[in-house]
Write a protein that binds this ligand. Structure first.
Ligand code: NZQ
Ligand code: ZN
Length: 396
């Protein structure tokens, strides 16, 4: 196990009715003026925004609202948030929504005190923020894990090229996250499944590692994965099942607050391969991951067959073939694809609406000529191209 530092100072308020108390949470931090960020409509239709606004008002907290965050959030709305936040002199940013809304709020929180262009400086040049407004969120979809992560992913078109990029910074860690599982009951099945796939991918990016002697985090990873696999069908069968929704919601946080990843080298190539799909086709991040993860696994399997066999056995329930562990490892990938399919996810380019002839464009967006991808296996351009081709041909 490697040395590590683990500091995640987010306060979680979990359970039914918690969103009505958000004003109290902001007031407890001594904040008086909020930039309220939300999405394209679901939180308005459900009455959540109304209830959050009332809760802020009842604690004498002023707010300025910016709605309309799109999935795969655009930098343009972050600039609007920065401008409105500065004009109103806000001292706190509150996101009400999913990963896209939370990431927009996080980007605004570091953008408001920053003199330069936040996207150019932090997302393109790789500068680290040195200040940031405190922020919190009311989560409405368990998926991206942004409510407990130190990253924010934003998209912008630069010189005709859509760049979807993440920024990791301690300033991106929320002060609090309000998590009420009942808020997730309005999610369409497709979004629930995309969210679950993303969570699984967050764990798997950490699971496939070259670091040895990490049995504690292996076992935590396996527990989170097994619980997601067991819970998603229950949620899809009965979207109002509070217990199942609650388990899935907390799994999303544990999958990405790095509890599963400390002390070990992590991979993240699949996420970067996927980000180009969502940049090019505007598909849901989770759907793109359902296509890319099994393809990445097929390509990297021979690097450490026993790790894939362990995953197949412990997580996908495959009987271990000690005489030929490659069989076990391969069957694990087959079952993973089958699971994604069973919850309504695409598993091939065709099902996602992606096109093989776009692979050069995807590689170009990935910028793979300038750097390598991944750590478990370090990938160059040829490797990434082959992985995209596996995804393009897996249903031939
Ligand atoms: O905009 P509205 O109308 O709210 O609709 C949203 C959106 O269409 C809908 N939705 C959310 N809560 C709902 C609901 N519909 C009904 N009822 C509810 N309770 O769901 C759709 C998807 O929302 P979005 O926020 O985009 O989903 P998600 O949480 O999956 O976030 C995806 C984004 O997060 C990034 C992804 O790349 C993508 O841009 N990621 C962020 C990470 C992070 N910050 O740590 C890590 C991830 O790996 C990921 O890259
Ligand atoms: Zn993700």
């Amino acid at each position: 196990m490697d040395n590590f530092e683990f500091y995640r100072p987010t306060q979680y308020f979990f359970g039914q009715g918690e969103s009505a108390r958000v004003g109290e949470r902001v007031a407890a931090l001594g904040k008086k003026s909020v930039l309220l960020v939300y999405g394209g409509g679901s939180a308005v239709r459900s009455g959540l925004i109304d209830s959050v606004e009332k809760s802020l008002e009842s604690f004498g907290i002023a707010y300025v609202a910016v709605g309309g965050v799109q999935p795969n959030p655009r930098a343009a709305l972050v600039y609007t948030c920065i401008e409105k936040g500065r004009d109103a002199n806000v001292d706190f940013v509150l996101a009400v929504g999913g990963g896209s809304v939370i990431d927009t709020a996080k980007a605004a929180a570091v953008g408001i005190p920053h003199e330069g262009d936040f996207f150019e400086d932090f997302y393109i040049k790789g500068m680290q923020p040195t200040a940031g407004l405190p922020h919190g969120c009311v989560l409405t979809i368990p998926a991206a894990g942004s409510e407990g992560s130190n990253s924010a992913v934003i998209q912008k078109e630069v010189d005709g090229k859509v760049i979807k990029q993440g920024l990791s910074s301690q300033f991106n860690v929320p002060r609090f996250a309000v998590m009420d599982p009942t808020l997730t009951m309005t999610l369409p099945d497709y979004q629930t499944a995309c969210g679950a796939t993303d969570m699984m991918a967050h764990v798997m990016e950490r699971y496939f590692t070259n670091t040895t002697d990490v049995s504690i985090t292996d076992r935590i990873c396996e527990a989170v994965l097994l619980s997601i696999i067991e819970t998603v069908p229950r949620v899809l069968e009965d979207p109002h099942n509070y217990g199942a929704r609650a388990n899935l919601m907390w799994a999303g946080t544990l999958a990405h607050n790095n509890l599963c990843g400390v002390g070990r080298e992590q991979d993240w190539a699949t996420h970067h391969l996927e980000h180009q799909l969502s940049a090019l086709y505007d598909c849901a991040h989770g759907a793109g991951l359902a296509v890319m993860f099994p393809a990445w696994m097929e390509y990297t399997l021979n690097h450490n067959v026993m790790r894939f066999a362990q995953f197949a056995h412990r997580v996908m329930g495959v009987e271990m073939d000690f005489a030929d562990p490659v069989n076990t490892a391969r069957e694990g990938i087959v079952r993973l694809r089958h699971f994604f399919k069973s919850i309504g996810m695409p598993v091939s380019f065709k099902e996602l609406g992606a096109r093989e002839e776009d692979i050069p464009a995807l590689l170009n967006l990935l910028g793979i000529d300038k750097h390598s991808e991944g750590h478990f296996v370090v990938l160059g351009r040829d490797d990434c191209e082959k992985i995209y081709r596996i995804a393009a041909h897996c249903d031939d």
